[in-house]
Design a protein around this ligand. Structure first.
Ligand SMILES: *Cc1c(COP(=O)(O)O)cnc(C)c1O
Length: 393
């Protein structure tokens, strides 16, 4: 089945739910057992989708987790309370004091922060690597390296990694691999099929799709990896709630349709930015000529609506003239909802393996589901205000 079909059918079982189309919302902490024998049996069970206690999930949770695991092509999935909780759970599941982690330099800021603070406090060392490293990752693997963390394309600067090459090099040396797949979702990139062990997404973004829920999902390739990750996820106590799981499932139903529009509008806006004299560079892997374009073309089947551009250095006041009066682009964190966003960013302090030296202003755009003509008209007015502000000094 095509993924367009899968997102509309996965996780549903009307016959088990009085004919109701969608899986119901189960609110639960305590799960009652009819006998001591049944209770004892449930404590021993280590397979997925077992009712034991609310934190370990209910049928609402299992329906969503199974749907996402199927889309990712994995054995199982865990739905937790945020994307950041998903990342931290995976970092902690594969490390102990004395271990070494490889993390891509273009990782999501809080991923880097988790390595630099929490892992460090518990005696785990992190080496950041250039997103363009590819098979060269082998040179950075040490005897105590246990995990390689990828994110493709990278946060803010959108470098696509050579995931198959990195996964193969790590697998050859017994190093587990994980990737943040939030940008592409399994509809446009399937990391587990390239040998990656764990695929993480901030479901907060495209799965939920409506800017109203925090959630993270962790999909694992095999049962052995499931067994390795599960004790940490179960104990970190960051479960997602059933109403949020219901909303995530609702978001999933339209994700294929939404992503097609985000892809198209994102490219339309990216090309518009390329034509502006103030813009020195657009960072979007689906644009021909982008340094990541050939890898994107090889491994991905689409692009989402998030990309960035660099503009000539600009005074904060002139930048405000561009941004403050935009009607359709909101100023705020997160993305993946139905609405367009704009966010100036500064990454210079957050890159160590491949230092960022461009003095220009980085701006991140999320192309929402509004008509592209209206978005461009809004941006044209914004750039006119910018030019006026620059001319006025
Ligand atoms: C937003 C985001 C996260 C974190 O997800 P939250 O649900 O906000 O905690 C992780 N990775 C990437 C790439 C993100 O954009």
């Amino acid at each position: 089945m095509k993924s367009d079909t899968k997102v509309t059918t996965l996780g549903r079982d009307p016959e088990a739910n009085f004919g109701v189309v969608n899986p119901p919302v189960y609110h639960a902490s305590t799960i009652l057992f009819p006998s001591l024998e049944a209770y004892d049996a449930a404590q021993k069970i280590k397979t997925k989708n077992q009712m034991r206690y609310g934190r370990y999930g209910t049928p609402t949770t299992f329906a969503l987790q199974d749907a996402i695991a199927e889309l990712e092509g994995g054995y199982a999935c865990f739905a937790v309370g945020s994307g950041a909780a998903a990342v931290l759970s995976v970092l902690m599941a594969f490390t102990k004091a004395g271990d070494h982690v490889l993390c891509v330099d273009s990782a999501y800021g809080p991923t880097r922060q988790a390595c630099n603070t929490i892992l460090k406090r518990y005696g785990v060392e992190t080496t950041y690597y250039d997103p363009a490293i590819g098979a060269g990752i082998a040179d950075l693997i040490r005897p105590n390296t246990t995990l390689c963390m990828m994110e493709s394309p990278g946060s803010v600067t959108f470098e696509v990694q050579d995931v198959p090459a990195i996964a193969a090099a790590c697998q050859a040396r017994g190093v587990a691999t994980a990737i943040d797949n939030t940008w592409a979702t399994p509809l446009y990139f399937r990391p587990l099929e390239h040998g990656v062990d764990v695929s993480i997404m901030a479901a907060t973004k495209y799965i939920v799709g409506h800017s109203d829920v925090m959630m993270g999902v962790i999909s694992v390739r095999t049962q052995a990896i499931y067994d390795a990750v599960r004790p940490t996820v179960d104990t970190l106590a960051a479960p997602s709630g059933p109403d949020d799981q219901y909303l995530a499932m609702r978001g999933l139903r339209t994700m294929a349709l939404r992503l097609k529009q985000h892809h198209q509008t994102g490219l339309t806006l990216a090309r518009w930015f390329q034509a502006q004299p103030e813009v020195t560079r657009v960072m979007h892997p689906a644009l021909p000529g982008d340094p990541s374009h050939s890898l994107w073309q090889r491994d991905f089947s689409g692009a989402s609506g998030l990309f960035g551009f660099v503009m000539k250095p600009v005074a904060r006041k002139a930048l405000a003239a561009l941004i403050d009066d935009l009607e359709l682009f909101g100023l705020g964190a997160s993305w993946g909802g139905f609405e367009s966003l704009i966010l100036p960013q500064d990454i210079r302090a957050g890159r160590t393996a491949a230092p960022w030296t461009d003095p220009g202003q980085i701006v991140r755009i999320h192309a929402g589901l509004e008509a592209p003509e209206d978005l461009i008209a809004d941006l044209e007015r914004g750039f006119a205000r910018l030019r006026k502000a620059v001319a006025a000094g």
